[in-house]
Design a protein around this ligand. Structure first.
Ligand code: ADP
Length: 749
């Protein structure tokens, strides 16, 4: 890892930042959780407390109101039993007592507005203050009736029957109370808050009427809230209270504001009583708490951030020191001195790192020594190998898997005519330029490249005449073999070994020249010998005995065989000297093969061998030299017969391929032993099995055939199994490429 990428890596995943974020994360979560919990608890608690307070308040108000009304009712009952009141009911003139009673009540602070006395005939007989005009239709001993005016509940009247001692009804005392002071004192809820309000409501026909509310002055007293049933259905607290229910909760008031409220039923009047308070005011404390919590939480988080950085720095300091010092360790620098003394796992780690660095130092020094020693040895070995390579007389070239020269010895460079250093790194086919039988070969036919693609050795091929084209333009005859360098079936490269065969070729040439000369010289006496033998035989000399005739026959056979041999030798010599230029004649190959097969059929018949010909019916035209092709065909056919077995078979067949025609000559004869197969096209070579059977032959037929096929741009190959038979195949290209003129230097080889 490079130092910059290491730094980047550290920044991204710094232990310090991880710890900081951890601590800060914990602090944020804790603060947020505590704040939210505190807020929820405070909210619930406040809500509960307010509702309880409102509930208390509505209960207190109801009790006070009921107590007061009860008091007013009882007062009326008590006063009705007074003699003065009784008398007033019976005698309207005695009114001073009522007046003094009125004054006395006012003095006592009772909010009495007026006193009226009715006689037994329900007529008012006397009154003081605000009069009471009518009596209720049905009367009870005491009765309390509220007075609701246009501006709401203005007061109430307490009725009490005036009876004599015998219980006879003398009349009715009606005391009218003013409710203003009562409302002010009893229904005041300012202690609960600014928005706290007491509502009094009652049923009027089907409607719900609000008797007492904050806006009584502005709206002119009563406020119609709508149908009682509908309001009840919508859970309007006042409607519920009017319907004799009691409870508390959160609701919407008649103004549409969100309020906490508690409600109760006032049994005396059959009214509903509600104490309510705006939620916003009630929860103002909680909202303030929320703001405080948020501020405090933020401050705590900031402090926690600061603290976490300090804490993390402190905690991670040894780790960071450790990692910085460990990062410095690298090959060549294994110095590490212990520095952490925290007494915890870090100290153990520091200890281990120091120990490891020490070991690595020793190990690397040891390794360096070994490497130095080994390098020296390898260098010496290399020098030795190079010296061996350079001293080898054969040319040696090493190539990589792509055929690029990686090494070359002096002999090879000298043969090519280049300096060793100049050819290393160049493609082999541009340096080792080869010709075969006078023609430059294609890249794919180069033996080194063939070896690399086929992944197998290309041995010295007998009969193939390789020549090396030197930088100077001169051609050197060579023999070349190439071996692949394989590692687990993968080609790493190849080694080509070649050597100059100029001397061998010269000897060959001299041999050929000699054979040619000797054959020429032998031909003339041989012809005259044959002529005389024939003359002898044809003259029909009767004096010749049968033994003499037999000898004559022997002589004839021997001279013919010798003539054949001389012909073959001459042929071979001519081919070797490249003295043949094939004709380019258009022939019908089908017809050609058919004709020649028929011609040779008789040869097979003599040896009691059947002949089968399987060739296509349609004509196939080809440009070739029919005379040379005839020689090849005759050689192969006569071999098939010669090396066939009695009663055996020779089969001639032909097939057409993409670019060439193939002619097969197959026999089921003695076959060629595996050992002899690689040498079968060599000059004068005969397989060991035929040598044993002593068949007549020179070992030149196939040698000549191969050279002829090369001249015809075709090829010859075979497959054979000993004692089972052989199949020889010759190929002819459908179209023949024009060949460049032979180099003058090649023709001299
Ligand atoms: P030869 O005159 O000996 O036949 P060739 O060059 O024609 O010379 O053949 C070389 C050798 O190849 C033969 O001596 C023989 O051993 C072997 N040979 C060639 N053709 C056949 C064949 N059809 N069956 C078996 N061996 C064969």
């Amino acid at each position: 890892m490079s130092s910059t990428s290491q730094q980047r890596f550290q920044k991204r995943r710094s232990f310090l930042w991880q710890v900081t974020w951890c601590v800060l994360g914990v602090a944020i979560v804790a603060v947020c959780t505590l704040s939210v919990a505190a807020f929820i608890i405070a909210n619930a608690h406040t809500e509960h407390a307010i509702l309880a307070q409102l509930s208390d308040s509505v209960a207190t108000k109801e009790n006070l109101l009921e107590a007061r009304l009860q008091q007013d009712r009882e007062r009326a009952a008590l006063l009705s039993s007074w003699d003065a009141v009784r008398r007033s009911a019976m005698d309207a003139k005695k009114s001073e007592a009522i007046e003094s009673l009125f004054v006395q009540l006012l003095d006592e602070g009772v909010p009495v507005a007026g006193i009226t006395v009715f006689n037994a005939a329900r007529n008012p007989v006397m009154g003081i203050g605000v009069p009471v005009e009518l009596l209720p239709k049905t009367m009870a001993p005491t009765l309390l009736i509220p007075v609701v005016g246009e501006k709401g509940w203005s007061g109430h009247i307490a009725y009490a029957q005036i009876q004599d001692d015998n219980g006879m009804v003398l009349g009715t005392l009606a005391i009218r109370y003013d409710v203003g002071a009562l409302l002010q004192n009893i229904l005041s809820v300012s202690s609960l808050g600014d928005t706290a309000e007491v509502l009094l409501g009652r049923e009027n026909g089907q409607n719900l009427i609000l008797l007492h509310h904050r806006y009584a002055e502005e709206v002119g007293g009563l406020l119609f809230l709508g149908s009682l049933q509908e309001e009840y259905d919508e859970s309007e607290f006042l409607a519920k209270a009017v319907r004799r229910e009691e409870g508390m909760g959160r609701t919407e008031d008649y103004e549409g504001a969100d309020v906490f409220a508690a409600y109760r039923y006032l049994p005396t009047f059959g009214w509903g009583l509600v104490v309510k308070m705006d939620v916003r005011e009630a929860m103002a404390g909680v909202l303030a708490l929320r703001a405080t919590l948020a501020t405090v939480g933020l401050v705590i988080i900031l402090l926690a951030a600061l603290l976490s950085v300090i804490l993390a720095r402190h905690v991670t300091e040894p780790v960071r020191t450790l990692s910085t010092r460990m990062a410095k360790l690298q090959p060549g620098y294994w110095q590490y001195r212990r520095s952490v003394h925290t007494g915890d796992e870090l100290e153990v780690l520091d200890n281990v790192a120091a120990d490891l660095a020490k070991r690595l130092d020793i190990f690397s020094k040891d390794l360096e020594g070994q490497v130095r020693q080994r390098t020296k040895e390898l260098s010496m070995q290399f020098q030795k190998d190079r010296a061996i390579l350079q001293s080898i007389q054969h040319g040696i070239v090493a190539v990589d898997a792509k055929g690029v020269i990686t090494d070359i010895n002096k002999s090879a460079a000298d043969m090519i005519g280049e300096k060793e250093a100049d050819v290393v790194g160049k493609p082999i086919n541009s340096v080792l330029r080869l010709t075969q039988h006078g023609k430059f070969i294609s890249t794919s036919s180069h033996p080194v490249l063939r070896c690399l693609t086929q992944k197998k050795a290309v041995p010295t091929e007998p009969g193939i005449r390789w020549s090396l084209y030197r930088v100077s333009g001169q051609l050197i005859p060579i023999t070349i073999s190439v071996s692949p360098v394989l590692a687990r079936k993968k080609v790493l490269g190849g080694i080509a070994v070649f050597y100059d065969t100029t001397d061998e070729r010269r000897v060959d040439y001299i041999k050929s020249e000699f054979i040619s000369l000797a054959s020429h010289q032998l031909r003339t006496p041989l012809s005259s010998l044959q002529w005389y033998i024939e003359l002898f035989g044809s003259a029909g000399e009767p004096k010749l005995s049968s033994v003499q005739k037999e000898y004559l026959q022997e002589m004839d056979t021997a001279s013919k065989r010798m003539a054949k041999l001389v012909d073959a030798l001459l042929h071979a010599a001519r081919l070797e000297g490249n003295n043949i230029s094939p004709a380019n004649q258009k022939i019908n190959l089908t017809e050609f093969v058919q004709d020649i097969s028929e011609e040779l059929r008789s040869l097979a018949k003599v040896s009691k061998i059947s002949c089968e010909v399987q060739i296509p019916k349609r004509p196939y035209m080809v440009n070739t030299d029919p005379i040379l092709l005839h020689i090849v065909f005759q050689n192969l056919f006569s071999n098939a017969v010669k090396y066939g077995i009695e009663g055996g078979q020779v089969k001639v067949s032909m097939n057409v391929k993409n670019r060439e025609y193939e002619i097969h000559i197959e026999d089921n004869g003695i076959g060629i032993p595996k050992k002899s197969q690689p040498r079968i096209f060599e000059r004068l070579f005969r397989a060991e099995n035929v040598l044993l059977t002593d068949t007549d032959g020179s070992g030149l037929g196939l040698y000549i055939s191969r050279m002829l096929m090369e001249n015809l741009h075709g090829s010859i190959r075979f497959k054979s199994t000993e004692k089972k038979g052989s199949i020889f195949t010759i190929t002819l290209p459908k179209t023949v490429r024009k060949t460049p003129k032979k180099k003058s230097s090649e023709s001299s080889q």
